[in-house]
Design a protein around this ligand. Structure first.
Ligand code: SAM
Length: 285
């Protein structure tokens, strides 16, 4: 049975810098000083942040792997009247970070939730991209599972919103290749790297251009990929294959009486990707 205080605590969602410590807000520091407990995604990293600003505070971990049990624990603290600040590794909690679940739990328990706004890597990259910002869709990370990844890309292939993706450096190349397969090599992309840090870099190019650039350079640091939305003028004729997977695309030509080898060649031409890639995808290699 949960102990209920006369007054429940408040859950503060505190945005922290995504690289430059100068981006912390004075309100965020005040809240971190004033709460009873800080729920941190990575307690070591948050401790460094707190040490930098001379704040001493009780920390508890709340991350992807303990969020179920820790979620209940934190909700109990809030029900007991304690104020809790939630911080993620970097940026705004609940944006591709654990936090979403805690917010939902808090709301279900009638706990007040408020936010101390600050940096979000995706929005920062979007405004620097030079691509349309009036309508955009946040897509977060692509799954590492191939099938889910392809389904995700396919689902936004015709989306006309500017698309925001997060990516880790070691997966950047394969992500660019997969994006080219679904969006075509001509689609514009801005790769925002190490935002707010010393080596901040924005590469504004196309998917072909990005692949060429990273053929000679190793991706380093944290990336946000801002991808141009699909063109509204693309006709069904030009893009009849956009809703098809690579395999369905090959089968479409085979069903039309074309030999498998030639069908693979045509698909590679349509999509602007190497024949080997189509072959491997078709044969599940
Ligand atoms: N909650 C964070 C936010 O508000 O943006 C995002 C957390 S998510 C786990 C981490 C991802 O955000 C990284 O893999 C990268 O894609 C992106 N990211 C975070 N900091 C970044 C930076 N300084 N420059 C570019 N991308 C960054």
């Amino acid at each position: 049975m949960k102990f209920m205080a006369d007054k429940k605590g408040t859950l503060y969602l505190c945005a922290t810098p995504i690289g430059n410590l100068g981006d912390i807000s004075s309100r965020c520091l005040e809240i971190l000083e004033s709460v009873d407990v800080i729920a941190a995604e990575d307690t070591r990293r948050t401790l460094q942040l707190l040490n930098h600003f001379g704040i001493t505070k009780a920390l508890t971990s709340y991350h992807e792997h303990n969020k179920k049990s820790k979620g209940d624990y934190i909700i109990n603290l809030l029900l007991e009247g304690k104020n809790v600040a939630q911080v993620s590794d970097a940026g705004t909690p609940a944006i591709s970070d654990p936090g979403e679940d805690l917010v939902r739990l808090a709301i279900e328990n009638g706990i007040e939730v408020t936010s101390i706004p600050g940096p979000v890597a995706g929005i920062n990259a979007l405004i620097l991209s030079g691509l349309p910002t009036s309508r955009y869709a946040f897509e977060g990370f692509l799954s590492t599972n191939k099938r889910n990844r392809y389904e995700h890309l396919k689902s936004v292939q015709k989306d006309t919103h500017t698309l925001i993706f997060y990516e880790a450096p070691h997966k950047l190349l394969s992500t660019l290749k997969d994006m080219k397969q679904y969006f075509g090599g001509e689609r514009k992309i801005a790769l925002a790297r190490e935002l707010t840090k010393l080596h901040e870099e924005i590469l504004r190019t196309t998917l072909d251009g990005a692949l060429e650039y990273y053929a000679e350079k190793s991706p380093r640091g944290e990336y946000v990929l801002i991808v141009e939305g699909a063109s509204e003028v693309a006709t069904d004729e030009e893009c009849f294959w956009q809703d098809l997977s690579v395999t369905e695309h090959v089968d479409h030509y085979i069903d039309g009486g074309i030999q498998q080898k030639d069908a693979i060649k045509k698909v590679a031409q349509d999509r602007g990707i190497p024949k080997r890639e189509v072959y491997n995808e078709y044969h599940n290699i």
